[in-house]
Write a protein that binds this ligand. Structure first.
Ligand SMILES: NC(=O)c1ccc[n+]([C@@H]2O[C@H](COP(=O)([O-])OP(=O)(O)OC[C@H]3O[C@@H](n4cnc5c(N)ncnc54)[C@H](O)[C@@H]3O)[C@@H](O)[C@H]2O)c1
Length: 253
């Protein structure tokens, strides 16, 4: 028996990185999935690989209300109901706050914060109608601390945690649990946008992170599975840091 047998879960930003690994793990645990992204070719390929009985791909730009409505319709048509959502889509932009153009700041807010809000607003009623379920929002360790040169991103991830807490309180009566994942550095295309040499990054994380490495997207997927499955049945409204100990304290060596 899979840990998500009978569950129908929408995952955003599912074409690559953590979302892709969440899709692979959730499918292996018996869930049926609607995978959303703006990278259509990669998303379609993943859904094809998982098979039509397990996954459907929809073009879902999380900033667009009409895309969310289409994703819900696709889930209902394919699998009858929805009882899970992983708000995973996100973007990162590096800039000093005082040098950040307004449109860059607003773009990050649109995808990371508004996208998460629209996901909760659109999908929670479906989950409630199905008798309850789960929402997992992907925040970041920058939801809990500041980090230089990622001001817009940090602001949105703090906001995602705020949304998580409010949604948990408001949706508990409908049987919906809402939690947040707060990853540190995870080895995905996002964490290496400038194509730094892998050995440079390895050296950086050996210095910064107590566990002496970046995380793997599969490790984040395992946390998303825990928060989506029944093993976390008494947990809601919480941030879960998965960062190799980075936030635990100051590391000297
Ligand atoms: N990689 C890290 O170090 C790290 C750390 C903390 C938090 N996170 C968060 O984890 C989540 C997943 O990131 P990742 O590391 O897998 O990065 P990634 O860039 O590999 O994946 C992000 C996915 O989101 C999709 N996306 C971007 N804009 C979208 C939009 N408007 N609508 C729908 N999909 C969109 C991208 O196409 C991509 O498939 C993000 O929310 C990110 O902020 C990542």
């Amino acid at each position: 028996m899979g840990r998500l047998d009978g569950r129908v879960v929408v995952i955003t930003g599912a074409a690559r990185g953590q979302g892709e690994q969440e899709a692979r793990l959730f499918a292996a645990e018996g869930a049926r999935l609607v995978l959303g992204d703006v990278l259509d070719e990669q998303g379609e390929a993943l859904a094809d690989e998982l098979g039509a009985g397990a996954a459907r791909y929809v073009h879902l730009d999380v900033t667009r209300e009409e895309d969310w409505a289409r994703a819900v319709t696709a889930a209902r048509d394919a699998f009858g109901h929805i009882d899970g959502l992983v708000n995973n889509a996100g973007i990162l932009r590096f800039n000093e706050l005082v040098a950040t153009p307004l449109d860059e700041f607003q773009q990050v807010v649109q995808v990371n914060q508004v996208g998460c809000f629209l996901g909760i607003r659109t999908v929670a009623p479906e989950i409630g109608a199905a008798g309850g379920g789960t929402i997992v929002n992907t925040a970041s360790y920058t939801a809990l601390t500041g980090m230089a040169y990622v001001g817009a991103y940090t602001a949105t991830k703090h906001a995602v945690l705020g949304l998580t807490r409010v949604a948990a309180v408001e949706l508990a009566p409908r049987g919906i649990r809402v939690n947040a994942i707060c990853p540190g550095a995870v080895d995905t295309p996002m964490s290496n946008p400038d194509g730094a040499a892998p050995e440079e990054l390895d050296e950086l994380y050996r210095t910064l992170v107590p566990l002496r490495r970046a995380g793997r997207p599969e490790e984040v997927a395992a946390l998303a599975l825990f928060l989506t499955g029944a093993e976390s049945s008494y947990i809601t409204g919480q941030p879960f840091v998965i960062d190799g100990g980075w936030l635990a304290g100051v590391k000297l060596f």
